[in-house]
Design a binder for this molecule. Structure first.
Ligand code: FAD
Length: 623
């Protein structure tokens, strides 16, 4: 792989060239020796005590904690600095502050999370998150996050679906962007190095220990070997695998899960994909908007759902919690309305907030107002057309939440990349919460295990061999000149998942999905990559391999789970089955995906008490 030298971000770097080696850390002799066994490949080597793959809220929070403990890390992401999927998070972040509802506390937050997760969550992960959050929100406020305030200056909180009290803190409807800006500012103050536009394609692993990662600079095509004894995967989820989704097309395509699996880690609960009830309808607003999120904050601020007969149909499905019932309940209700012919000709239902005062809507939902205005719709006057969209993946890498450890030495994971906090369905506002609550704990842990040898780790000949094998594979992929564009296969995969592993699933559909997946995989032999290493076509070709692995694991686990629970609804097994209160773990055994079951732990006594109390929002007192 070739390209000009970049880097210069504070970590030690060298670039292998056929004639000499540059090495800022003074290990020239060793590297010169390695150069003697060199090949015609040219790539850059970067050595760092901790490599954080992912620059969203989770990765940023880990790096801040490390820096505060005096440990240097390097944060990398696929896009420009500050441009991560987190910026799309809109409605808010949960913390039981009790600003408006004094009765609220972390145990009730935990109980709501477990209820929404249908008791499949890791209770310890839930408790760590909900306990941590009040301190994490106050800390973000101290770091300058412009959280909405009540008239007396306390942090304001809004309703969100399936929460017993107002506990969602917010910055209008651009909470994720404001949170990431705050974290990045904090990281800058602490001089955390960041490297933009880097795509990791493989972790350097012998199956038991990870010692770095390999990838390329997406702007120059330069091959990159990151040598680090501690690698934190914070590379997001996989909802963008679906045809209709609320994420950016080139984010959230399963990189984290595929990288971890290949390195020897386990994945958990992949069958649980959250379909958000209110995505924009492409037929109405244009294809580029299809599936884009209409934030839950619209319903949190009183938005009502109507069918074409003018019925507020949630009265039929959830008379107590109405539009603010759990996402899976509202999404299935909309699905039923559409199926029974009470949807719009564009395939949606109406979401209306026009009964609220215009100024209030403008103040609380500025992004929504602006976006729809640009499409010719004034939402203070008229309803929006919405339908369910793939939004969040509860499944992910299996970790120990106290440490972030994956079971593979030196490899940690955090954020949407992992599974455990949300169980079978995620409570809105809990994802941003998890990124900072667990991000801090993971950073703390890595700082305690780091040793002197980790500061400037050696690069051995065998590590170079592994990396060079990957560089050659990438070069071969970039040269592929068959007949099928990678984007076509990704689109076909999206349709396959929407049709066979969507809101409603059954055995026949899932089996058909697996067969189609095999046929799709066979077509990758005929890829046509247009434009080489720095092209979008190449990026999609790399995505494809991760996406196919994760899609197969999703289809297989969805087939395995013969019950309905939370976001996983099997029409052939419509009931929840107590025997199935187990997590499904996926690993690679002898080159094949293997699935096994693991029991779920029990909540601590105070959370159990809150569960038994049966707290629940009574929607009608909002009206
Ligand atoms: C439209 C929308 C609205 C949302 N609203 C809310 C909300 O109101 N409240 C809430 O709690 N949650 C919300 N969520 C969910 C929330 O935004 C995410 O779960 C959360 O931001 C994930 O953060 P993260 O740091 O784990 O990952 P991300 O923000 O996804 O960051 C992943 C990082 O990994 C990098 N990366 C990925 N692959 C690679 C690779 N191969 N090599 C190198 N780098 C890589 C990416 O470039 C990026 O920097 C929303 C999601 C969407 C889509």
């Amino acid at each position: 792989m070739t390209g000009k030298r970049s880097g210069g971000d504070g970590s030690t770097t060298d670039r292998r060239e056929p004639t000499h080696v540059r090495d800022a850390a003074g290990v020239e002799d060793r590297l010169e020796y390695e150069t003697a066994t060199s090949t015609d490949l040219e790539y850059e080597t970067v050595r760092t005590p901790v490599l954080v793959i992912g620059a969203g809220a989770a990765g940023a929070r880990v790096a801040i904690e490390l820096a505060e403990s005096g440990v240097e890390s390097l944060v990398i992401g696929k896009r420009d600095h500050g441009d991560a999927h987190t910026t799309w998070a809109a409605g808010g972040v949960n913390a039981a502050l009790g600003s408006l509802d004094e009765e609220d506390d972390w145990t009730i937050h935990a109980a709501d999370t477990l209820d929404e997760g249908h008791q499949l969550n890791d209770p310890e992960a839930v408790e760590l998150t909900t306990r941590e959050m009040p301190a994490r929100i106050r800390e973000l406020a101290d770091w300058g996050m412009p959280l909405d305030r009540t008239e007396d200056g306390t942090i304001n909180q809004r309703y969100f679906g399936a929460q017993s009290y107002r506990r969602t803190c917010f910055v209008g409807d651009r909470t994720g962007e404001a949170m990431l800006e705050t974290l990045i500012e904090r990281a800058r103050d602490l001089e955390v190095p960041y490297r933009e536009n880097v795509m990791i394609t493989r972790l350097l692993s012998d199956g038991t220990r990870v010692v770095g990662a390999v990838g390329f600079d997406m702007e120059t095509g330069q091959g990159l070997l990151f040598r680090s004894n501690h690698v934190v995967l914070a590379a997001g989820g996989f909802s963008a695998l679906y045809d209709r989704h609320s994420s950016r097309d080139d984010e959230n395509n399963g990189d984290a899960q595929a990288l971890a699996l290949e390195a020897g880690a386990r994945l958990l609960d992949l069958e649980f994909v959250q379909f958000h009830p209110t995505g924009m309808v492409g037929e109405r607003y244009g294809e580029e908007w299809d599936g884009r999120l209409v934030t839950e904050a619209v319903r949190g601020e009183g938005g009502r759902l109507y069918n074409t007969e003018g019925e507020r149909f949630m009265e039929r499905y959830s008379p107590n919690q109405m539009e603010l019932d759990a996402r899976d309940v509202v999404a299935r209700a909309i699905g039923r309305e559409l199926e029974e012919g009470r949807g719009t000709e564009n395939g949606g239902v109406y979401l209306d907030i026009s009964h609220r005062d215009d100024d209030y809507v403008r103040e609380r939902l500025p992004t929504m107002v602006e976006r729809f205005e640009s499409l010719g719709v004034d939402i203070t006057e008229k309803p929006m057309e919405v339908a369910p969209t793939a939004h969040y993946t509860m499944g992910g890498v299996d970790i120990d939440f106290r440490t972030g450890e994956t079971g593979v030495g030196g490899l940690y994971a955090v954020g949407e990349a992992v599974a455990g906090v949300h169980g079978a369905n995620r409570l809105g506002g809990n994802s941003l919460a998890e990124t900072v609550a667990i991000g801090k704990l993971v950073g703390e842990h890595v700082a305690t295990v780091i040793g002197e040898a980790d500061t400037d780790p050696d690069v051995t000949a065998s590590q170079r061999t592994l990396a060079e094998r990957e560089f050659r594979a990438l070069e071969a992929l970039a040269d592929a000149d068959g007949d099928v564009a990678p984007q076509t296969l990704l689109d076909d995969l999206g349709e396959l998942l929407w049709n066979h592993a969507g809101i409603l699933r059954d055995e026949a559909g899932l089996r058909a999905g697996l067969e189609e997946l095999e046929a799709l995989r066979a077509r990758t032999a005929d890829l046509d990559v247009d434009g080489g290493l720095t092209s979008k076509s190449f990026e999609y070709a790399v995505d494809l391999s991760a996406s196919l692995t994760v899609a197969e694991a999703m289809l297989r686990t969805a087939l395995e789970r013969t019950e309905s629970r939370g976001a996983h609804y099997r029409t052939d097994y419509p009931e929840t089955d107590g025997e199935w209160r187990v997590n499904l773990l996926v690993s690679v055994e002898d080159g094949e995906l293997s699935i096994r079951r693991r029991g779920v732990g029990d909540p601590s006594p105070p959370v159990q008490e809150a569960l038994e109390e049966g707290y629940e929002l009574d929607y009608h007192h909002l009206e």
